[in-house]
Design a protein around this ligand. Structure first.
Ligand code: AMO
Length: 435
């Protein structure tokens, strides 16, 4: 019978003979006796080999096989007070499925610091560490919680195209591709499509899907492919309705992770801080003053920038707040689909920042056809290139708003990981296309 190591409830003393399968993590040869740590997803079990009691061929195979080889070992389960599981296995047979080459490109249990590049180049090996896998188990749980929260609030999950005919978030970060003799692009966001749906009666939608940005900046928070969690809904009164919806969802996700991800959080040695809702809302103008008081020299209309965001992060941390909105950015800084705040140079837009880093943008959209076309023109784009989108505004479009959250950033901020790449299995950036 094959058994997973899992815990002592799966393989127990009294089971008699069992077969366990996994990776040879470590071998200690002490002359008359050898110990092998066999690892699977759930943990490590000890194989104990008293030389005199083990058939010589079997002893040789097991004690000389390279680390990280994959084997099935059959043997008797014995009680042991020397191991964490309280048991050990005395092998009677082995089947070698796959022998690992030596030397290993990096260790799994060695306590040496391996560069992130080496780890990412050998991600298959890196992911053998429970604390690395825990990050992705939490990410999987995060997505499940997002879906639960959105369904609870009446949203429908949708899928919009990732091969598109025009960009939504500015030309600078568009990836162009060849599409049967025509120019096409990889979608930077589902923005235009989720808005078009607002004219249909599918009036609360969300999407979890890849977004592509030709980011030329090599930072710890930018990648060229990330997972965007977008929400869009109608009949809003103002952008505060959108902010409240986001915080409802994030609050559900944080609480769910704390509760249902407790095991993984313990492996990582992390705790999740649940900040009570509502999250504070700072106005852009207020933030400008805070960052300039802290020594920056930004003019009204300037982007707060990474440095500015960091300063606001520190300012809010002193007030015990990790999560806060920065609202009403200058309209000139924001894309054409955002609604202007008439009579001011600002707009009904916001970012949600988490520990000094933007994790989401959103706002109220311009739903009035003429105003939308005027904004497209004002930004220097040709409205004729966007009729596929603006047509949906021509025949009855309700007021609406929404947001996009980069879930890789949300995860890395939540777990205080130093780089967004830590939260992506196989990250893509300017330098990295493989693995
Ligand atoms: P924005 O361009 O601000 O807004 O993107 C939304 C969120 O996506 C994440 N993000 C990234 N994550 C990793 N690497 C990148 N290069 C990267 N670029 C963006 C961030 C960011 O806050 N359509 C709007 C959203 C909306 O208004 O609904 C949009 O895409 O977490």
């Amino acid at each position: 019978m094959a058994a997973l190591i899992r815990d002592s409830s799966t393989v127990k003393v009294g089971d008699g003979e069992v077969t366990v399968r996994g990776w040879i993590q470590d071998t200690r040869n002490l002359g008359g006796i050898s110990f092998i740590a066999l690892r699977d997803r759930y943990g490590v079990i000890q194989l104990t080999l008293p030389k005199k009691k083990i058939e010589p061929e079997l002893f040789k195979t097991l004690t000389t096989i390279s680390r990280e080889s994959v084997v099935a070992v059959t043997g008797e389960v014995k009680e042991s007070n020397q191991t964490e599981l309280g048991l050990e296995i005395i092998p009677s047979a082995v089947e070698v499925y796959s022998e690992a080459s030596t030397p290993l490109p990096m260790g799994v249990i060695d306590k040496v610091n391996v560069e992130m590049d080496t780890r990412l180049n050998n991600r298959f090996m890196d992911l053998r560490k429970p604390e690395i896998r825990a990050i992705f188990e939490l990410k999987s749980l995060m997505v499940r919680l997002i879906v639960e929260a959105m369904e609870e609030n009446g949203f429908t999950q949708v899928y919009t195209p990732k091969i598109v005919g025009s960009g939504a978030e500015g030309g600078a970060t568009l990836f162009q591709i060849e599409y049967f003799g025509k120019k096409a692009y990889l979608a930077q966001s589902p923005q235009l499509y989720k808005q078009m749906l607002m004219s249909t009666g599918l009036d609360r939608v969300f999407e979890l899907g890849p977004a592509f940005r030709a980011e030329k900046s090599n930072t710890n928070r930018h990648v060229t492919e990330f997972i965007s969690f977008d929400g869009e809904f109608t009949w809003i009164n103002d952008q505060e309705d959108v902010m409240h919806m986001i915080e409802t969802v994030i609050d559900y996700v944080l609480k769910g992770l704390k509760e249902r991800g407790a095991k993984q959080l313990e492996i990582l040695g992390k705790e999740i801080n649940i900040q009570p809702t509502p999250y504070p809302i700072l106005k852009y103008e207020e933030c400008l003053k805070i960052v300039n008081d802290a020594g920056l020299d930004l003019k009204d209309g300037d982007d707060l920038g990474t440095e500015g965001e960091k300063i606001i992060g520190e300012y809010m941390a002193e007030k015990g707040k990790d999560l806060y909105f920065i609202a009403e950015y200058p309209e000139a800084e924001k894309p054409f689909y955002i609604m202007e705040k008439d009579g001011t140079p600002y707009s009904y837009s916001f970012d949600l920042d988490y520990k000094g880093q933007e994790i989401s943008s959103g706002g109220q959209r311009e739903h009035r056809f003429d105003r939308l076309v005027a904004r497209i023109e004002k930004i220097g784009l040709n409205p004729d290139d966007f009729t596929f989108y603006t047509d949906a505004f021509k025949y009855g479009m309700p007021p609406h708003g929404g947001w996009g959250i980069g879930i890789d950033r949300l995860l890395t901020k939540m777990l205080d990981l130093p780089n967004v790449r830590e939260g992506i299995l196989f990250p893509r950036d300017m330098q990295r296309l493989l693995p």
